[in-house]
Design a binder for this molecule. Structure first.
Ligand code: DGL
Length: 263
C-alpha cells in the first residue's frame, strides 16, 4: 500500500511499477487532509498514525510505503512503533544530490513542514558534509501537481517563483542539483526543467533529483522472495468526499488503477 496526502505518491508508484510490475497496489490519498505541509508536527503525526492504523486493519497490506516526505520526516518513527507491518518511508534525496554535486551547492524544495525538520538537519549533517544546502518551501507546487493530474494547465509562474526563491537564497552561486523533497514535485519535473532553463536562464546541466527509484528498490528488497499474482486493476482510495477525485480518471487508468473509491 502507498500512502500520501494526495496524488504525489504516484511519482513513487511510477518507479515501483518498473521494480515490481506484478504487485497489486492500493494507493491511499488523504484528500481530506491535504495539504500536510501547512500543518503542525503534532497534527500530522496523529493523523498519519491514525489513518494508517485504520487502513492496515482494513486492507491488511504486506508493506506500507509512506510516499510523502512531510509525513515520513515527521511520523515515520511513531508509525513504525505502532504498526507491525513493514513501513518504508520517503525522505529527501540529499545523499545522491550531494554525492553528484560538482558546484558543492545543492537546493532542496519541499513543503514548509519538511524543510524545518530535524530529520532533514540530520540528513544534511550526515550526507552533505562540505556542501552547502539551500532549503526553500514551495507549497504552490503541490497544488500544481494536483491540477496537472486532473488534466488542468500547470501555472508556470508558480514554478518560476519556487525556483527563483531557491536561487535567491543561494546568492548567485550555481545550484547544480535540486532535490525534489516532496513526492508531488517529480510529477512536474519536465515543466520545472523547462521553466528553469528557458525562463530563468539556469544551466541545462542543472539536475532535479528525487528518491523514487531508490524507494521502489527498497520496497522490492523488503518484499524479496514473495510471490505476486496480478489480480486486475489497482485500487485508489481517498478520504473525504469522492468529488475531490474528479478529473483523475485518465491519470489513474493510465497507471492501471480503477476509478477512485472512498475509504
Ligand atoms: N506529497 C507530500 C510530500 O511529499 C506533501 C504534500 C502536502 O503538503 O500535503 O511532502
Amino acid at each position: 500500500m502507498l500512502f500520501d496526502s494526495g496524488v504525489g505518491g504516484l511519482s513513487v508508484y511510477d518507479a515501483l511499477r518498473v521494480a515490481l510490475p506484478d504487485a497489486p497496489v492500493i494507493y491511499a490519498a488523504d484528500f481530506a487532509g491535504i495539504p500536510y505541509g501547512t500543518k503542525s508536527e503534532a497534527e500530522i503525526a496523529a493523523r498519519v498514525a491514525g489513518l494508517l492504523g485504520r487502513m492496515s486493519e482494513r486492507f491488511d497490506p504486506r508493506l506500507i510505503c509512506i510516499a510523502c516526505n512531510t509525513a515520513s520526516t515527521i511520523a515515520l518513527g511513531t508509525v513504525r512503533e505502532v504498526l507491525e507491518v513493514p513501513i518504508v518511508g520517503t525522505v529527501p534525496a540529499i545523499k545522491p544530490a550531494a554525492l553528484a554535486s560538482k558546484s558543492g551547492v545543492i537546493g532542496l524544495l519541499g513543503t514548509q513542514a519538511t524543510i524545518r525538520q530535524q530529520y532533514v538537519d540530520d540528513l544534511e549533517r550526515e550526507f552533505a558534509v562540505g556542501k552547502t544546502l539551500h532549503r526553500h518551501a514551495a507549497p504552490g507546487l503541490v497544488d500544481e501537481a494536483e491540477r496537472k493530474l486532473r488534466g488542468q494547465a500547470v501555472n508556470r509562474a508558480v514554478l518560476a517563483e519556487a525556483l527563483q526563491g531557491l536561487s535567491e537564497d543561494s546568492k548567485g552561486i550555481w545550484i547544480d542539483h535540486v532535490v525534489l523533497g516532496c513526492t508531488h514535485f517529480p510529477l512536474l519535473a519536465e515543466e520545472l526543467m523547462d521553466v528553469a532553463v528557458s525562463e530563468l536562464g539556469w544551466s541545462p546541466d542543472t539536475r532535479f533529483v528525487d528518491g523514487a527509484i531508490g524507494i521502489a528498490r527498497r520496497i522490492a528488497d523488503r518484499l524479496d522472495g514473495q510471490e505476486f499474482a496480478k489480480t486486475g486493476d489497482n485500487h485508489f482510495v481517498i478520504t473525504g468526499p469522492i468529488e475531490r477525485a474528479a478529473g483523475l480518471d485518465a491519470a489513474l487508468s493510465a497507471r492501471g488503477f480503477a476509478p477512485a473509491l472512498p475509504f
